[in-house]
Design a protein around this ligand. Sequence first.
Ligand SMILES: NC(=O)C1=CN([C@@H]2O[C@H](COP(=O)(O)OP(=O)(O)OC[C@H]3O[C@@H](n4cnc5c(N)ncnc54)[C@H](O)[C@@H]3O)[C@@H](O)[C@H]2O)C=CC1
Ligand SMILES: O=C(O)C(=O)CO
Length: 319
Amino acid sequence: MKVFISGNIAQVGIAQLKEKNIEITQWDKDRQITAEELIEACKGQDALVSVGPNKIDAKFLNAAKHLKVIALHSVGFDQVDVDEAKKLNIPVGNTPGVLSGATASAAFLLMLAVSRKAFYLHKKIINGNWQNYEPTPELGIELNGKTLGVFGLGKIGLEMAKKCAGAFQMPVIYHNRSRNEDAEKEIDAKYVSFEELLEQSDVISVHTALTDETKDKFSIDVFKKMKPTSIFINTARGGIHNEKDLIQALEEKIIWGAGLDVTNPEPMDKNNPLLNMDNAAVLPHIGSATEETRDAMAKLIAENILAGLNGDKLPYPIW
Ligand SMILES: NC(=O)C1=CN([C@@H]2O[C@H](COP(=O)(O)OP(=O)(O)OC[C@H]3O[C@@H](n4cnc5c(N)ncnc54)[C@H](O)[C@@H]3O)[C@@H](O)[C@H]2O)C=CC1
Ligand SMILES: O=C(O)C(=O)CO
């Protein structure tokens, strides 16, 4: 059996596949594979490990309908045309759960960094602009006791809520399409409407998938309903906030600050104004990028691939 891997995954997953005598071909160029190259690379392969934002759309799926399984190196699957995969009977799997802690840590990191303007002040040192100790330099805001509003209380949202409640005694409110009663058994979290989430939160952290419903959900009208002292955090997908509107909201102090691990497009242009604002912090989509998490993701990928090649039900299917 042959598997094409369109990027880098942890060795532990590769070893699991090689143990079963699977022949592996890996994309080894220092850039993202293009759509055409991906189609070409999948010719003669039995399975694909899709790393990064490759579009697994109708065009790709129809050109690669011989694949027995596709394993994503992500939990998010907004890049996949699930209906087409179902129609062509190509099983697609993802990596749920194992990356929730790491991604929530990235959201927590951004929340803290924004609340103390850490990225901006770090740049001031690098640029030689740290003059002396001042009692009132650019002041941050306290997080202790402030209200966390989770948009999308699923696996990662729940981990973020636990961290904020534990570290800063932050009361947690959340909005989902419907109540998450399982999560409410684990933490004290109050379900509110989207409007209430905007009005009551001191920090809003986004943890939904990118869908037609959530695309551009955070636009200028929404930012205007948030508190002027509030912080917006997005570690889910860049498409969930409207970037132009976010820049306006930060420039006009409609909200206090924003922290992003995800942007639209990715990579972000190095001249993007968000990179030089005192009230913004941006990371290059590193939510799940810890050694432990990447190992765990690679193991789930190998399990999905082995099951699919065997004609078994995937252990971590998206359909
Ligand atoms: N920055 C990064 O590196 C990473 C980003 N992610 C992103 O985080 C997302 C969430 O991952 P998980 O927590 O594992 O997923 P999950 O499925 O456990 O949680 C998503 C939650 O959002 C809710 N939701 C979905 N649509 C909604 C809507 N229209 N309005 C309100 N709530 C809605 C769902 O009910 C669910 O509770 C992924 O889809 C992915 O895009 C995931 C891992 C790493
Ligand atoms: O899992 C995801 O959805 C990511 O964005 C990267 O881990």
